[in-house]
Design a binder for this molecule. Structure first.
Ligand SMILES: Cc1cc2nc3c(=O)[nH]c(=O)nc-3n(C[C@H](O)[C@H](O)[C@H](O)COP(=O)(O)OP(=O)(O)OC[C@H]3O[C@@H](n4cnc5c(N)ncnc54)[C@H](O)[C@@H]3O)c2cc1C
Length: 399
């Protein structure tokens, strides 16, 4: 490659989603200059992740953004599993692992609140710059720089940086341009999220802020946020998108939640196709993939954004050391080794298992949950796994 323009002495981040902005915040905290190129005209307002796990909150506290996030969300120390026949099957309390985290709870809060909090905090810092409506379209590299082609005001521009972090989401242009395979599959069923202001606490005694309802045909889960409840249903492959989004169908689904209640105010509905994919590598020389650009999974267990934030922290801690000359560039291979392995071993496996458990036809899952909830050692192991503390420990052990 012939590079003609000078190399800008900053780390370039593609994408101002939650993962890209956490990466930016941690680099800026370490005094490393960062530029973010965001394809959209503004930060996204899309309603997607709403669950932050305990170790993610610990990381966000280190970035000094956990407090304002918690102030805008709902603290959920407990979560439960139910089924239609027995009602409550088992309940778990993150208080049982309070010695392992500074935040022994899940936080229910929309990811769009985190991106705004981080952007507001970083704005004005000379080490932070962000350009909107600037999608990265192509990436090339040589031994000491990465050159990106971006679109801006209808024109193509090229810019060179020392390092590139691709946090540009599931359809990542960075990943495509680096020619990294996105291995995995797409589930034949889809997920429908129905948001409603209805107060489920008033009609389901003992309901917690996060509750999963197992059922072989129509499992669903109920998640409360500070303004609405989100109910997520499985939509079978044979049910068309048009049917799934029709008012009658949504009404019939909602009517199955609580016997005797068949009318709900619906604030909005969104239908998602769900993928289970992991990039073949998270590093190609001077370019990295993190977050959805590196891996996507079904949302059961709320691991996508959380895992992406863990990627961002793992990578940027190492990159800061390499930038300052304290560690060799080979240090960055450990990011790929650790994060790719735990994504395969934990995030992918656990999210697939969560889906299978909820739709299991026999009572095996119910019995397992009840045995787990009755045994303090099993409960602790289980909570360490679902909170993702287990995956972070495993990454550390890989060295
Ligand atoms: C219904 C649903 C519920 C979910 N719930 C949870 C949950 O509770 N917990 C959880 O952990 N995860 C959850 N997830 C997953 C979570 O939303 C994603 O994992 C998360 O958004 C990934 O963040 P990201 O920053 O990697 O990517 P994104 O949020 O997709 O952000 C990527 C950014 O890059 C920008 N971009 C795209 N292309 C370019 C380009 N070429 N150049 C520059 N910028 C570009 C985009 O505009 C966007 O701003 C859920 C997902 C869905 C669909």
């Amino acid at each position: 490659m012939n590079r003609t323009d000078p190399v800008t002495e900053r780390v370039l981040i593609a994408g101002a989603g939650p993962v890209g902005l956490v990466a930016a915040a941690n680099l800026v905290r370490h005094g490393i200059p960062v530029t973010v190129f965001e394809g959209g005209a503004n930060l996204s307002t899309e309603s997607r992740a709403s669950t932050f796990h305990p170790p993610t909150l610990d990381m966000l506290a280190d970035l000094d953004v956990a407090r304002p996030l918690i102030a805008q969300g709902l603290i959920a120390p407990k979560f439960q599993y139910r089924n239609r026949r027995d009602g409550l099957i088992a309940q778990f309390d993150f208080g049982d692992i309070a010695d392992q985290t500074r935040h022994p709870f899940r936080l229910q809060c929309e990811q769009s609140k985190l991106t705004r909090i981080i952007c507001d905090k970083l704005r004005g810092d000379p080490n932070f710059e962000i350009a909107f409506s600037t999608p990265i379209r192509a990436v090339t590299q040589d031994s000491d720089s990465v050159t990106v082609t971006v679109e801006r005001d209808g024109k193509s521009e090229t810019h060179s940086y020392r390092w590139l972090i691709g946090a540009d989401g599931a359809r990542s242009d960075v990943r495509r341009s680096l020619d990294i395979e996105f291995e995995g599959f797409t589930w034949p069923d889809r997920y429908l999220v129905v948001s409603t202001p209805f107060d489920f606490h008033g009609v389901i005694p003992g309901l917690t802020t996060v509750s999963y309802v197992a059922d072989p045909v129509r499992w669903h889960f109920l998640l409360q946020t500070s303004t609405l409840w989100r109910v997520m249903f499985r939509i079978a492959a044979e049910e068309s998108d048009e049917l799934a989004l029709s008012a009658e169908f949504v009404e019939a689904l909602m009517a199955e939640i609580v016997p005797g209640i068949d009318r709900y105010e619906v604030a909005h509905t969104t239908l998602y196709r769900v993928h289970q994919r992991v990039a073949k590598t998270f590093r190609r020389r001077r370019a990295f993939l993190i977050g959805d650009a590196a891996h996507v999974n079904n949302p059961l267990g709320g691991m996508g954004m959380n895992g992406g934030i863990h990627d961002a922290m793992n990578l940027t801690e190492r990159l800061a050391e390499v930038w300052r000359g304290n560690k060799p560039e080979s240090e960055l291979d450990r990011f790929d080794q650790q994060r790719r392995l735990v994504t395969k071993e934990y995030v992918e496996r656990q999210s697939i298992q969560n889906k299978r458990n909820l739709e299991a036809a026999d009572n095996e899952f119910r019995d397992l949950l009840q045995r787990t909830a009755a045994d303090p050692a099993l409960t602790r192991d289980y909570l360490l796994r679902v909170s993702m503390i287990g995956s972070l420990r495993r990454a550390e052990l890989l060295g």
